[in-house]
Design a protein around this ligand. Sequence first.
Ligand SMILES: [Zn+2]
Length: 332
Amino acid sequence: MTKFRDIIGQEMAIRHLKGAIGSGKVAHAYIFDGEKGMGKKTLSSVFVKALQCEEPLENRENTEPCGKCHSCIMADSGSHPDIITVTHEKPNSIGVDEIREQVVNDVMIRPYSSGRKVYIIPDAHLMTVQAQNSLLKTLEEPPGYAVIILLPDNKDMLLPTLISRSVCLPMRAVKNEEIAKFLMEKKGIPAYETETLVSFAQGNLGKAELLSESEDFKELWDEVRHLLTGIRKMSDVEVSAAASKAQQRKDQKEDYLSFLLLWFRDVLFLKSGGEEEGVIFKGEMRELTEASGYYSFERLNDIIEAIKEADSKMESNVNPEYTYELLFMKMR
Ligand SMILES: [Zn+2]
């Protein structure tokens, strides 16, 4: 069972929540704000478990949930009657009826077994304006026992009036070293592979974990590596074929371009006298060193600019196959 001390990163939010539990000054509404993978769900589940824990605070280690009482066990199994996680039917919206039924009306019923009734609203950014307005009424005059936790991917999609009535805790990027340590210790990823995942995750632990398990991501990296090591000897026909293959990976477009960008940055870094220590693709030292001898500084800068340009071109719907082809020509 997860406790606050098992959570990687988010020290500021944790300090705040523990302070609230310790002092008994718990707000009626919280917003845990941050994109998918940043740990909102884990943090909210530990927080509500600690709030509902039956063990007196003085017997608990630093406001952690005890993990042994009836309440903690029910919370862990998802069957706590006073912890309500709001669900929604449509994948892309939470409607007013769902908020009314599961929160606004339900909150009028007193808690069953504890002094508090806690609501968690995952994907809170998907609430329609009507749904938010109906929730707002509850937040204006909440029953003393109610705690509502909103988990939006982006709080800017919530009404300002809703935000102003809540304690907002932004999820922060996790340090690269901590993500690397997690990948090595918990996922068994070899050290030289963690750097790639860390670069892609950009402080998002959930994304690092997802990528470390993703076959698509491994496949993509194999394809890009094949392209990068072979491109200098490719014929026009082969370049066209590679472009056509690349554009089929529509959902991985961003990762594809990121791989190219990071790889050429490594080449430029080595060419500028950088040491292996600072290289991202440590498993590719031989190819990277070879490439740093082949490309001039000017060409490397050109290529890096072209990759960035390709990204914005594809964003504005320029034909991706054509964009890849031009880019690969430049890399050749
Ligand atoms: Zn407990």
